[in-house]
Ligand binder design. Structure first.
Ligand SMILES: [Zn+2]
Length: 346
């Protein structure tokens, strides 16, 4: 939504940046407010993310899908596409997770969770799915760990006037540390926090709205990735409740908001220290109750948890024009693989 060029306007026109950012924030607040309200569970429709009992004191939040979801299941039908890649498509009858049970993978629940994570930015999986909606996914299944989605489509209410199609193609943009997911038009599918605590991460794997018991946002990333203070403030404490939180840092922003950075490999600041926006406060890690390298970022105001998405606002990146030819070629390739499989398995 905010082109990269406008975020760092050449020639110094900060008013333009502020105008665009203000518009973006206003838009996001509008878009996201619908996610903010608690939504009732729709019977038969799966919760979008694996549920674990998680609180500050019992943080076991992870980046990857929990091991119990990776346990082999007997059902496996579908087809092998290009070497190493697998294809699945199916219509939703009862729930998303039920639909994925027929997928050719030993861990349908993990595939369902990964698929959900991709489109959760646009679709409320508890509320927006209907019987007859179609899912399609091209993926790889590593010997261990969660499935890697290469391309995914979610077709809502096909054939009706309310029809909507969401697509996501895996692609590593030039200069990015990790592959991400992009629409065919080159717009990034997952949103990013505006001035968040981390630039280089693989994926945001847990949103506040996913799990009521989980109080932060999780950024899956390699060990040692720099974590920065998004706002100026002062360090209020470090390494409290170390068994659960691991190495951790708490910062009070100048507006009074408390920010917690958990599971760090290394703290780079000490209690009492003042920080400016962009100060490196630690390196990401896997300490405390954590099942994979990630950063847990949590905000509180007056003792209440605040959604980082609302506090920061979000944006979507657009691929640079110079990246588009290579990306479009990749999209054509992936579409061909999806299309062949649809033809083989109508
Ligand atoms: Zn977490």
């Amino acid at each position: 939504m905010v082109p990269e060029a406008l975020r760092h306007p050449p020639g110094g026109k900060p008013w333009l940046l502020y105008l665009v950012l203000a518009g973006s924030v206003a838009f996001n607040i509008g878009v996201l407010s619908r996610y903010g309200a608690s939504t009732p569970e729709v019977p038969g429709v799966a919760a979008p993310a694996p549920v674990q009992a998680i609180g500050e004191a019992t943080e076991v939040s992870n980046a990857p899908v929990p091991p119990e979801l990776l346990a082999p299941l007997p059902t496996a039908q579908g087809s092998v596409s290009a070497p190493g890649s697998l294809h699945f498509s199916g219509a939703i009858t009862r729930s998303l997770s039920d639909t994925f049970v027929a997928a050719p993978t030993s861990s349908p629940a993990a595939l369902s969770a990964v698929f959900t994570r991709l489109f959760a930015w646009d679709v409320d999986m508890r509320r927006d799915l209907h019987k007859g909606d179609v899912v399609e996914v091209l993926f790889e299944q590593p010997a261990s760990g969660e499935p890697v989605v290469l391309a995914a489509k979610l077709h809502l209410q096909p054939g009706s006037s309310a029809e909507r199609v969401f697509t996501a193609y895996r692609y590593q943009a030039p200069g990015d540390a990790y592959p991400s997911y992009w629409s065919a038009e080159g717009q990034e599918v997952p949103r990013r926090l505006i001035d968040g605590p981390m630039e280089n991460y693989e994926q945001i794997t847990s949103l506040l709205k996913d799990r009521p018991t989980h109080e932060g946002m999780d950024f899956k990333t390699n060990m040692g990735t720099p974590v920065v203070a998004p706002r100026a403030g002062s360090v209020t404490r470090t390494n409290w409740n170390h068994a659960a939180n691991g190495n951790c840092v708490e910062i009070q922003y100048q507006d009074g908001t408390l920010a917690k950075f958990l599971h760090l490999n290394e703290n780079m600041v000490q209690a009492g220290q003042r920080v400016t926006a962009g100060t490196v406060v630690g390196k990401s890690g896997n300490t405390g109750h954590s099942t994979g390298p990630h950063l847990h970022y949590q905000l509180e105001q007056g003792g209440r948890v605040v959604d980082p998405i609302k506090y920061h606002g979000t944006l979507r990146r657009q691929l640079q024009p110079t990246a588009m030819p290579g990306f479009t070629e990749r999209v054509t390739q992936l579409d061909r693989q999806l299309g062949e499989q649809v033809a083989v398995n109508p």
